[in-house]
Design a protein around this ligand. Structure first.
Ligand SMILES: C=CC1=C(C)c2cc3[nH]c(cc4nc(cc5[nH]c(cc1n2)c(C)c5CCC(=O)O)C(CCC(=O)O)=C4C)c(C)c3C=C
Ligand SMILES: [Fe+2]
Length: 446
């Protein structure tokens, strides 16, 4: 499919950005100026009684955002096909909310247990994406209900459930060593990261996205319920706002640093680009994973107290874009192509450590990934009073090596590093979509 012309998305946000003429008078960025914060950084400032409940915050609100498929006021339930060539939740225009969980197979669970669970999960996931309860013996007073019930009366909210397998699943526990996707291995140690094992890894991952947070949470909770005895939850993340557009038909959202995020993301409607950068192709020896993708997740904490005291000019230099319009510092419109060669006063207009320069395909041999992340919050650090939150980065690609290449450069040189820290990580092989009559159990075990 051809990508339609990429004109600027109408945006009624007041432009708080100095225009290029004003910008010329701003001093050039430096690591020192970045540290010259407005006001004292009160690392120890107590915020008594101000704890935010992470779940409460993330689950507040039910409004459908600009990415919703059903027009405002439409009574049509918005559903996304569960079955198809590829799993839903990758090329699907990003929904507003995320519930992402990983699981480990329980000690003692067998290959047959896992295969049976994956078959059960398929039926449950398909039903939930249609807005139906988990199938079972409803009404039996002597057994727990098969569906936990909190999505009754809610619309499906474009729910997608995307399943992935971590590298450890292909060890010798379940006879899967010969079926390991060739690029699936643990990520290497990357510069600057400080990963918490409790936020990292997992045998399986489930990404549930929907425009209603309760619908997304319900999906994960019910898969977890069906998994009693076979899988154990490892970690879970709630995302309360999408930070990427996956189609230029969606307005570009803003991340928690206040910048438009996703402007130069892959447009997932472009099948040619998806085929070259995202879907696992014919070169993969494991036929069963062709048409799938690799998912890399990173929990990235933002040092918001520090960021919120930084000068606007410096914030813009960190990304290489204007905060108001999202335009590159060398342009006027959000979708203008950055001019990485442009100089002013002997320095690059888009600084040499700017995030968009270092992450760009122009500086990485044409390398691209599909970003599909969400903002998260874990409330407040009770020791310091600092906000805990940032970006739950999720990206899809045809090899995790793409992420590694980018992150080696970003982790070592990105101006953004002063304000962020990678604290959690995951890499998963996401199998292709299911045709009618097939399920995840037989797809994995063959
Ligand atoms: C390894 C990959 C990336 C990580 C990790 C990452 C973290 C990260 N990014 C932002 C905010 C923005 N990123 C933007 C662009 C951008 N970022 C990456 C990759 C990673 N980002 C890529 C490949 C690109 C596109 C580069 C290009 O093609 O020019 C932008 C600019 C707008 C946009 O194009 O999306 C913003 C803003 C944060 C806050 C963050 C970690 C917390
Ligand atoms: Fe980025």
């Amino acid at each position: 499919m051809k990508t339609p012309p990429q004109g600027p998305v109408p945006d009624d946000t007041p432009d708080i950005t100095p225009e290029p003429a004003q910008r010329a008078s701003l001093p050039a960025a430096s690591a020192v100026s970045r540290r010259r914060l407005l006001g004292a950084v009160g690392a120890g400032a107590a915020v008594a009684g101000a704890a935010l409940g992470a779940g409460g915050t993330a689950l507040a609100g039910r409004d459908s955002g600009p990415g919703a498929a059903a027009p405002a006021g439409s009574a049509a339930p918005a559903t996304v096909d569960f079955r198809g060539t590829h799993q839903a939740g990758i090329a699907t225009p990003s929904q507003d909310r995320l519930c992402f969980a990983t699981f480990d197979v329980a000690p003692g669970a067998t290959r047959a247990d896992l295969a049976a669970l994956l078959t059960t999960w398929t039926a449950a996931a398909e039903a939930m994406t249609l807005g139906r309860p988990v199938p079972g013996d409803e009404g039996d007073l002597n057994t727990p209900p098969d569906d936990t019930g909190e999505a009754v009366g809610l619309t499906p909210g474009r729910l997608t459930i995307t399943l992935g397998y971590g590298p450890a699943l292909f060890d010798d526990r379940f006879g899967l060593t010969a079926r390991r996707p060739s690029a699936l291995r643990p990520l290497p140690k990357l510069p600057g990261e400080n990963l918490d094992p409790a936020l990292t890894g997992g045998d399986l991952c489930v990404q549930a996205c929907a425009d209603d947070p309760q619908v997304a949470f319900h999906a994960v909770r019910n898969l977890r319920r069906l998994g009693f005895g076979t899988v154990l939850p490892r970690w879970m993340e709630l995302g309360f706002g999408r930070t990427s557009s996956t189609s230029h038909q969606q307005a570009t959202p803003r991340n928690l640093m206040g910048f438009k995020d996703g402007t130069r993301n892959i447009d997932a409607r472009d099948e040619d680009v998806m085929g070259r950068h995202v879907w696992i192709g014919q070169e993969e020896p494991q036929r069963w994973i062709r048409g799938g993708a690799y998912l890399v997740s990173r929990k990235i904490r933002m040092r918001m107290e520090q960021w919120d005291r930084d000068r606007l000019g410096d914030q813009q230099d960190v990304f290489g874009r204007y905060k108001g319009s999202g335009a590159p510092l060398t342009g006027h419109g959000e979708f203008d192509t950055p001019d990485f060669a442009a100089k002013s006063g002997g320095r690059y207009v888009i600084p040499d450590d700017a995030h968009i320069r270092l992450a760009s395909p122009e500086h990485n041999n044409g390398l691209r990934i599909l970003r599909r992340g969400y903002s998260y919050t874990d409330g407040i650090d009770q020791q310091t009073g600092d906000l805990l939150g940032g970006l739950f980065f999720v990206a899809f690609m045809n090899s995790p090596d793409r992420f590694v290449t980018l992150q080696r450069v970003l982790g070592a040189h990105d101006a953004l590093n002063e304000y962020i820290q990678h604290i959690g990580s995951g890499v998963f092989a996401v199998p292709p979509g299911l045709a009618a009559g097939h399920d995840w159990g037989e797809q994995l075990f063959g």
